[in-house]
Design a protein around this ligand. Sequence first.
Ligand code: UTP
Length: 218
Amino acid sequence: MIVVSIGGSVLFSDIKAERIAEYGKVFDEHSGKVAVVVGGGKLARKYIDALRSLGGNEALCDYMGIEITRINALLLAQSIKKAPKVIPRDFREAEILLKNYDVVVMGGTFPGHTTDATAALLAEYVNAEKLMIATNVEGVYSEDPRVNPEAKLFEKLSPEELVEIVYKSRISAGSKSVVDLLAAKVIERSKIPTLIFNGTVENLKKALRGEKVGTEII
Ligand code: UTP
């Protein structure tokens, strides 16, 4: 079993059916079980900002984000023939669906983190052999490459090193960490072999074939 996290910025910046179909095809063509967790993208951010302006607290904003990730999940599920058109609400529901389907798509689960952490927790829950995090940068850098263009891209890191990098980037203003801290901590505690890479269709295909792309966390 493989768990793939597809960041909202990778597939749902704007909603294009042809692009979603391209990703769906990759999962249909893969043999073996895959659980896919998708992010919220721009739409989630818009809704969260509006809710916050209306006085919604952060936990409620998280619930809003989760709803949007689930809407995105249904779109991707529709583009995958093998996948049920039902979006599990938690890991236990996902596990049940995975017994009957080769590919299951889900969104977020509960407040307090992003879908990278959802994917890491799901990988832990289903004892996945690998976690693949498709994002919008090439992998894990020594610093946020959008802030410092001199930042170094790592080929390989230990889970402990990932936690340290994520922790440091959280406290430097203006930078955004490549995965959230909870995701890094879950990867660390369960030693889940993880790949963090730029989620183009080509890279996703390579990653699913077992080829190395981005940064490997082992
Ligand atoms: P995302 O995973 O898309 O967050 O979830 P993001 O920070 O925008 O991720 P990138 O930039 O695409 O990688 C959208 C929002 O939904 C809530 C959070 O508020 C998150 O920011 N969410 C998502 C949860 O609270 N719990 C979840 O399990 C998933």
